[in-house]
Every structure is written in structure tokens, then in C-alpha cells.
Design a binder for this molecule. Structure first.
Ligand SMILES: Cc1ncc(COP(=O)(O)O)c(C=O)c1O
Length: 384
């Protein structure tokens, strides 16, 4: 018998089906999904346009590398042109967020001829060695050989002074996810931009979690008025299909030579079809606006939850966190028993990453179940 290495631990739940904002277990019990596979199902489970584009693609060809011209790639690039920030016109596809982070770091090294990076306390960029190097949590990093990275304080303008003539790139999440759901300030990103320009370093914005409509705009950095040199997207861009991408300005790719990067599955026709369906959903169903509206309602509901265990509610759009005075683990478990799937962000932040499809009834359910789970925990601890 072969068994899966248990990196994530087990939730003790067998999920057999997903549709929209819900998943079902093998006994037919329905769960409101605010976990969404670490945010990958932000467009809902089995988004119809993604399913449709994938089905069509399955009927023609499943394997093709970008050495060959193809319709799915051209269709996908054409739609990407409608949603990527201006001047970020050079795109390469990868399969996961971490791989796209790897590529962004390599691009910055090639473009600048430098090898040092600035990242931030609380950051999360993935688990491959390069991505891990710019990830803050010492628990994930210790024991591994890593790149030369300096960590600054997130949202501290002084951190911009850490960019020097050896810095290849600054990598930053416009909203930190795993690090506790922390939105960046306009001033912070503006200072990083200024410092990068002054010192000739690249500004990389990791929008793997914050991007593609989740915060109420297509890219979270847009509401902060800053222009990156490289943007990284992943998670929900293919409606949950494993695909990620890097988009970069011209100066970033100028020094690249052939064979300095590549990927067997990167830009696979099914992945391109999935991204095509994902962007169709984003644009045709007005996803950012809906996320903004339901995000405001959910945030207000969470702020109304009456519990001494809550320290703060924060986030943007449908990337929301409740900082607790206790470990979030028991609350996440209690919520699962109450029919809600959620996840943590660090030890004590309950993170909610629901699909843009959630409606008023779902918001009410989240309010009721979170308040109920916290109330039970209070009485278990003898807090009145
Ligand atoms: C901001 C950010 N970057 C990168 C990653 C890594 O993505 P993946 O797990 O697809 O490798 C994540 C994953 O949670 C993330 O939140």
C-alpha cells in the first residue's frame, strides 16, 4: 500500500463533489467552502465557462509545448491582454505559484546581473528553494540551502532603504495572505517602487492569492496606484486548474537567452483553455465587483460577531482574516463540524477565502457558524 506523505495533516473529511460555493462529503453533507483549496476555487467549483473551455480542448489536443503555435495559447494570450497591467506584455506559463515565483526571481537576476533580494516579514511565496528563500516563516525555511535575501518590515516605509546596488528585486504581496491577512498601504508600495527605480532593482508583485478579482479589483495593486516590473498570478486564474503565470516588462526579459528557462507542462493546451475560461468568467460575470460587494457584506458581518476571542477583523474583498486571541485550529475544526470549511493564516488568524459567488444567505451562515463556534469555545474556556 502506498500512502501520501502527510505534509498538510488530515481534516478527516472525504470530499466527493464540488459545485459553486459548496462541496459535499461522501455522506451527502454539504459544506460552504471558504477554504477553496487554498483559494484556488475563487471562481467557484467547476465554473461553467472553464468546464466548457476545458471540454472543448479535451476533444482536440491535450499535450503541446509552446515551441508550436496553437489556438488555445493564442486565445489565452489575447484575453490576458485585456486584464494584465499595461506594459507587462511578456508572459510565461508555469504550473504552480511557487514555480512562477522561481521564474520571477530568475528573470530579475538576469535583468539586473545581481543576486540579492528584499522580501518581508510575514511573506509567503511558496516552498521550492527559491520561493522558500523569500518566504519569511522560519519553521518552513530552517534546514534548507537558500538564496541571499534580506527581510524588511511589511508596511514600514523605512524598509525601502534596504534596497541597495546589489538588490536584483523586491518581492512583495499586495495583501499578505498566509502571513496573517495584511493589506499593504499605498505609501509602502510607492516607496518600494521609488527605491527600485533609484537603485535599478525590479519590483515583483506576487498576486498569487490577492489577484484575479479576489480583493474587489482584478489585481490588488491596482487600487494602490503602483506599477510593478513583474507580476505573478496563480491559484484561481484557471478556475482551479493547476496553472500559474509570470508577466513582465520588456526590460526584464531583454537579457534572457534561449534555454535559460523552460517547463514541460508550462503553457499546456488544457491549462491555456482553463485560463481562457477563467478570464471569461472574470470579465463576463463581473467577478471583481461581485467580490467587492459580497466582501463588504461579509466583513461587516464578521465585525458584528460578538466574541471576546476576536482581536481584529481585517482584509480586502474576499480575502478576509479574523485575528483571534487563541489558536485558530479548534475553531476551524468546529466550523467544519458546523458545515463551513475555512483555513488558518499563521497560528491565530482564521482565514476566509470564499468564492465570489457567495450570497446573502451564505454570509449569514458564515456569521452564525463563526459566532456559534466562538461562543462554544468561550464557554469551554469559562469565559463569560
Ligand atoms: C502569495 C503566494 N505566493 C505563492 C504561493 C505558492 O503557490 P503554490 O502553492 O501554487 O506553489 C502561494 C500559496 O499559497 C501564495 O499565497
Amino acid at each position: 500500500m502506498v500512502s501520501l506523505i502527510s505534509f498538510y495533516g488530515s481534516r478527516g473529511l472525504r470530499i466527493v463533489r464540488g459545485e459553486g460555493q459548496f462541496v459535499w462529503d461522501q455522506r451527502g453533507r454539504r459544506y460552504l467552502d471558504a477554504h477553496t483549496g487554498h483559494g484556488a476555487a475563487f471562481l467557484g467549483h467547476r465554473p461553467p465557462r472553464v468546464v466548457e473551455d476545458l471540454r472543448k480542448q479535451l476533444d482536440t489536443i491535450m499535450v503541446l509545448t509552446p515551441t508550436f503555435n496553437s489556438d488555445p495559447m493564442e486565445r489565452c494570450l489575447s484575453l490576458l491582454g485585456e486584464i494584465l497591467p499595461p506594459n507587462l506584455t511578456n508572459v510565461y506559463f508555469q504550473n504552480s505559484g511557487a514555480e512562477a515565483v522561481e521564474l520571477s526571481l530568475k528573470l530579475a537576476v538576469k535583468a539586473t546581473g545581481r543576486k540579492k533580494f528584499l522580501a518581508f516579514r510575514g511573506s509567503f511565496h511558496g516552498r521550492t528553494l527559491g520561493a522558500l528563500s523569500v518566504t519569511w516563516n522560519p519553521k518552513y525555511r530552517k534546514d534548507f540551502p537558500l538564496l541571499n535575501v534580506v527581510f524588511g518590515n511589511y508596511n514600514s516605509i523605512e524598509s525601502a532603504d534596504l534596497v541597495d546596488d546589489e538588490t536584483a528585486a523586491v518581492i512583495v504581496e499586495p495583501v499578505q495572505g498566509e502571513g496573517g491577512v495584511r493589506p499593504s498601504t499605498r505609501e509602502f508600495l510607492a516607496e518600494l517602487r521609488r527605491s527600485c527605480d533609484e537603485r535599478g532593482a525590479a519590483l515583483i508583485l506576487d498576486e498569487v492569492q490577492s489577484g484575479f478579482g479576489r480583493t474587489g479589483v482584478i489585481w490588488a495593486h491596482q487600487s494602490r496606484g503602483v506599477t510593478p516590473d513583474i507580476i505573478i498570478a496563480g491559484k484561481s486564474i484557471g478556475g482551479g486548474f493547476p496553472v500559474s503565470l509570470v508577466a513582465a516588462k520588456d526590460w526584464i526579459i531583454r537579457s534572457l537567452r534561449g534555454a535559460e528557462h523552460g517547463s514541460t507542462h508550462g503553457g499546456n493546451p488544457l491549462a491555456c483553455a482553463a485560463v481562457h475560461g477563467g478570464i471569461r468568467t472574470l470579465l463576463e460575470d463581473d467577478v471583481p465587483r461581485k467580490a467587492s460587494i459580497s466582501g463588504s457584506k461579509l466583513r461587516k458581518a464578521l465585525e458584528d460577531v460578538n466574541s471576546k476571542l476576536i482581536r481584529e477583523v481585517r482584509g480586502e474583498g474576499l480575502l478576509l482574516g479574523i485575528e483571534l486571541r487563541i489558536d485558530a485550529g479548534p475553531i476551524i475544526k468546529a466550523l467544519q463540524e458546523r458545515g463551513v470549511l475555512a483555513l488558518r493564516a499563521g497560528r491565530n488568524v482564521l482565514r476566509l477565502l470564499p468564492p465570489y459567488l457567495i450570497n446573502d444567505e451564505d454570509v449569514e451562515m458564515l456569521y452564525n457558524e463563526i459566532e456559534g463556534a466562538l461562543r462554544n469555545e468561550e464557554s469551554r474556556r469559562g469565559i463569560s
